[in-house]
Write a protein that binds this ligand. Structure first.
Ligand SMILES: *Cc1c(COP(=O)(O)O)cnc(C)c1O
Length: 402
C-alpha cells in the first residue's frame, strides 16, 4: 500500500466516515469534500464556505448550480437522454449547428462537429483526423513541450511532457515535440512523415503560458506552406474563458481543426472536435465513433451554455472581470507578474515563495486556486464572478502573501 493511498484513505475517512478509500488513488489526497455550490461559492460537508477561483479547472464558467443550465439538463432528462448514433436527435443537431456558427464567427470557416465526452477524447478524434488526412507514412503530429492534451494513451503521447510518458512506455509512435513559441524549433521537427501541428493557444496546465499572436500566425503560415493541418486545442481556453469565444481569435488565425471541452457543458461531461468541412470530409462512416457521441442530455447542456454565454456576453465579462482581477493581483507586492488572458490567469510569485504552500494557506482561508507549477497560482473563476468576489479573493491573497 503506497503512502499516497494512505493519505487518500485518511482524508476520505476523516471527511465521510468511510473506513477505506473507494477510489483508485490516481488523484492524490483530496483537500476537501464538497456538498453544494452556488455561483462562485462552494460549501464543504462541514458547512465551510469557499470562494471557487478555479471553477473545477476552468469548467464551471457560468457558476455552480447555474439555474438556467440546471433546468436545461433536468428538462432534457425528463424528455430524452440517449438514442444511439443509428439515429439523430434534435438536441445534438441544434448544438452542432450552434458550434459551427461559433467557429464561423471566430473566423475559422465552415465546418462540422464530432461530439465526445472529454478533452482527451476530442484530441483522440483530432489525432485520427490528422492520421487519415496524412495517410500511411505521413502520420506524425508535432506538439509542444509543456503542453497538456489529456491522459488517454494517444492524448498522453501528444502531451509534450516526457516524464508523464515514462512509466507507460512504449508510447504510440508518431509524436514529436517542439519548443512552444519558437518557430525554428517547429521547423526542425517537420519532415515528410508529419501530417499536423497541434498547439494550445494558451498552455493552461503548462503554467498559463500564452502563445504570442505572431508565433501562431507564423505557425499557420508554415502549415499552409507545407500542407500540414493546424489543430488548436481549445479544451481549456474555449468558450469565452480568455475573453474571446476561442483563444486562437487573439491571434486572428483560422485553424483547420479545433478541440474543445472544459467550458462547454458547465460541468456536464462533453467535448467536441470541430473541423473545416474539406478536412472533416477525410473521416467517413466507420472511421470513428462513440456510444455517447452527441447524447441529447450532454448536448442540451452545450446549447444552454452557448445561449446563456451569448445572453450574458460572457466574452466581455471575462475581459472586464479579468482586468479587475489582474489589477488587484498586480497591486500585491509578492505577485511578480500576471500572465494569461481574460479569466485564465497565472500569478507569478516572487522568488522564494512556494505556490503549493500559498495554495494551502488560501484554502485554509476559504479561497480555491491552483498551484499550476512551483511558483505560479492559476486563477480561473466563473466568468460570472462579481466585483465583490474578486475583491474578496484579492484581499485573501494579499493577506496570505503579506
Ligand atoms: C484538461 C485539458 C485536456 C484534457 O481534458 P480531459 O477532459 O481531462 O480529458 C486537454 N487539453 C487541454 C488543453 C486541457 O486543458
Amino acid at each position: 500500500m503506497s503512502h499516497q493511498f494512505l493519505e487518500n484513505e485518511k482524508a476520505i475517512a476523516a471527511n465521510k466516515g468511510h473506513d477505506y478509500c473507494p477510489f483508485i488513488p490516481v488523484f492524490g489526497a483530496p483537500a476537501e469534500m464538497f456538498e453544494k455550490g452556488e455561483g462562485t461559492q462552494l460549501w464543504s460537508v462541514d458547512g465551510k464556505r469557499y470562494l471557487d477561483f478555479l471553477s473545477g479547472i476552468a469548467v464551471v464558467s457560468l457558476g455552480h448550480a447555474n439555474p438556467v443550465i440546471a433546468k436545461a439538463i433536468a428538462d432534457q432528462a425528463n424528455t430524452l437522454v440517449h438514442v444511439s448514433n443509428f439515429f439523430a436527435n434534435t438536441v445534438a443537431t441544434k448544438a452542432a449547428v450552434e458550434i459551427s456558427g461559433l467557429m464561423h464567427d471566430a473566423g475559422a470557416g465552415d465546418g462540422q462537429v464530432f461530439f465526445c465526452n472529454s478533452g482527451a477524447e476530442a484530441n483522440e478524434a483530432a489525432i485520427k483526423l490528422a492520421r487519415k488526412f496524412g495517410g500511411r507514412g505521413r502520420h506524425a503530429i508535432v506538439s509542444a513541450y509543456g503542453s497538456f492534451h489529456g491522459r488517454t494513451l494517444g492524448a498522453l503521447a501528444l502531451t509534450g511532457q516526457p516524464a508523464k510518458h515514462e512509466v507507460f512506455q512504449p508510447m504510440p509512435d508518431g509524436f514529436r515535440y517542439c519548443e512552444f513559441g519558437d518557430i525554428e524549433s517547429l521547423k526542425a521537427q517537420i519532415d515528410p512523415t508529419v501530417a499536423a501541428v497541434m498547439l494550445e493557444s494558451i498552455q493552461g496546465e503548462g503554467g498559463v503560458i500564452p502563445a504570442d499572436p505572431a508565433y501562431l500566425q507564423a505557425v499557420q503560415q508554415l502549415c499552409k506552406e507545407r500542407g500540414l493541418l493546424l489543430i488548436i486545442d481549445e479544451v481549456q481556453t474555449g468558450f469565452c474563458r480568455t475573453g474571446k469565444w476561442f483563444g486562437f481569435e487573439h491571434a486572428g488565425i483560422s485553424p483547420d481543426a479545433v478541440t474543445m471541452a472544459k467550458g462547454m457543458g458547465n460541468g456536464m461531461p462533453v467535448g467536441a472536435l470541430w473541423a473545416r468541412r474539406d478536412i472533416a470530409a477525410v473521416l467517413q462512416p466507420g472511421d470513428h465513433g462513440s456510444t455517447y457521441s452527441g447524447t441529447a442530455l450532454a448536448t442540451a447542456a452545450v446549447s444552454a451554455v452557448i445561449s446563456e454565454m451569448k445572453r450574458l456576453h460572457a466574452d466581455e465579462l471575462a475581459v472586464r472581470q479579468g482586468a479587475r482581477l489582474t489589477k488587484g493581483l498586480l497591486a500585491i507586492p509578492k505577485v511578480e507578474s500576471v500572465r494569461g488572458a481574460g479569466l485564465l490567469l497565472g500569478a507569478q510569485l516572487v522568488e522564494g515563495l512556494v505556490a503549493g504552500d500559498v495554495y494551502k494557506q488560501l484554502l485554509e482561508k476559504g479561497l480555491i486556486v491552483n498551484a499550476v507549477n512551483a511558483t505560479t497560482l492559476r486563477l480561473a473563476p466563473p466568468l460570472t464572478v462579481s466585483d465583490a468576489e474578486i475583491d474578496e479573493a484579492v484581499a485573501l491573497i494579499a493577506e496570505v502573501l503579506s
